[in-house]
Write a protein that binds this ligand. Structure first.
Ligand code: BDR
Ligand code: CA
Length: 310
């Protein structure tokens, strides 16, 4: 099994990402840490605990940073609603978060681990950057950071910037410049990772609780995409599970090693990932940038994982 730490801000698509990680049976999830992003820290933490309770996952959940390194928090309630994961009615969590902070937990787990660990962030990168700043001597224990964020050719919170990077661009810059191997699933791939109404019905018809919750999450999540992005023809961009799916089935994705940095002081482009896709700068690539996906195989992967959950 691949040892991973999941750092997320559930978040409809974060929730499905967690379900894919556990349902696939391929990961040893050492911890879930929560970031402030789609909603405030207290709400994303509660949502993570609810999903863990729903699927009966045996994993500790740790509370992360309350706000970005230098900026005020921006939330995505226009996509994810008042509670950050609106739609399904979920059971109250049967556990609370651990005493250690997310950053302390990441350090402890890496320190004690004999094998390198992959980190999978699907929210703003505040916790991961804080960890890298506070514990630079543990960096070598990270196998890879497989993240959802950024984009080569597009943005979603501004014309150029993607939400997770835009919320804490300084944190993203620290991560991209850390020297740790990075896989970046940005909007170029995630806007092809579409879920349509017929896929939602497939999940609903599995007949288990998790399938029902995924369908109800997607019912809510799709409203934004149908209203705001009609060019996706009714599809909703299921971003975050890509960062786990590309560890499970790299062959269903297309990617390219590129040099990536983050714009921190643009007049129009703050928080943009500047991806040297055509290798203009001739710099050493620091990220494997994912840009395409076999959508049907992605849905199949999700289906197979959700089917085996409670
Ligand atoms: C990202 O932003 C969040 O709203 C989603 O959960 C995803 O991680 C997409 O830009
Ligand atoms: Ca997210």
């Amino acid at each position: 099994k691949i040892p991973v730490i999941i750092d997320c801000d559930p978040g409809h698509d974060d929730a499905v990402m967690i379900m894919l990680a556990f349902g696939s049976g391929l990961f040893d999830v050492k911890a879930i840490t929560t970031s402030a992003g789609n909603q405030t820290q207290s709400k994303t933490l509660k949502n993570a605990l609810k999903i863990v309770t729903l699927i009966g996952a045996k994993v500790d959940v740790y509370k992360g940073c309350e706000k970005p390194l230098f900026r005020n928090l921006i939330i995505a309630d226009h996509v994810h609603g008042e509670m950050g994961m609106d739609g399904p009615i979920l059971p109250e969590p049967n556990k609370i978060s651990e005493k250690l902070s997310a950053v302390e937990a990441i350090a402890k787990i890496l320190e004690e681990s004999e094998e390198k660990i992959t980190i999978v962030p699907t929210g703003p990168l505040t916790n991961i950057a804080t960890f890298l700043l506070a514990y630079p001597h543990l960096k070598h224990k990270i196998e890879r950071i497989s993240l959802m964020g950024g984009g080569i050719f597009r943005g979603n919170i501004t014309p150029k910037a993607e939400f997770n990077i835009y919320v804490d661009p300084e944190a993203a810059s620290i991560v991209f410049n850390s020297g740790v191997p990075i896989t970046m699933c940005g909007l170029d791939v995630t806007h092809k990772a579409l879920v349509f109404q017929e896929d939602i019905e497939l999940f609903r018809n599995i007949g288990n609780q998790s399938g029902k919750v995924v369908a109800e999450l997607m019912d809510f999540f799709s409203i934004f995409y149908r209203q705001e992005l009609p060019e996706l023809e009714g599809g909703a961009a299921l971003h975050d599970p890509c960062s786990i799916a590309c560890l499970i089935a790299p062959s269903i994705f297309k990617s390219k090693p590129c040099y990536v940095d983050v714009e921190l002081q643009g007049k129009l482009t703050t928080g943009t990932t500047v991806v040297d896709f055509y290798n203009v700068l001739k710099k050493e690539p620091n990220a494997e940038v994912v840009y395409d996906i076999d959508r049907e195989q992605y849905i199949q992967l999700l289906y197979d994982a959700i089917k085996v959950l409670p």
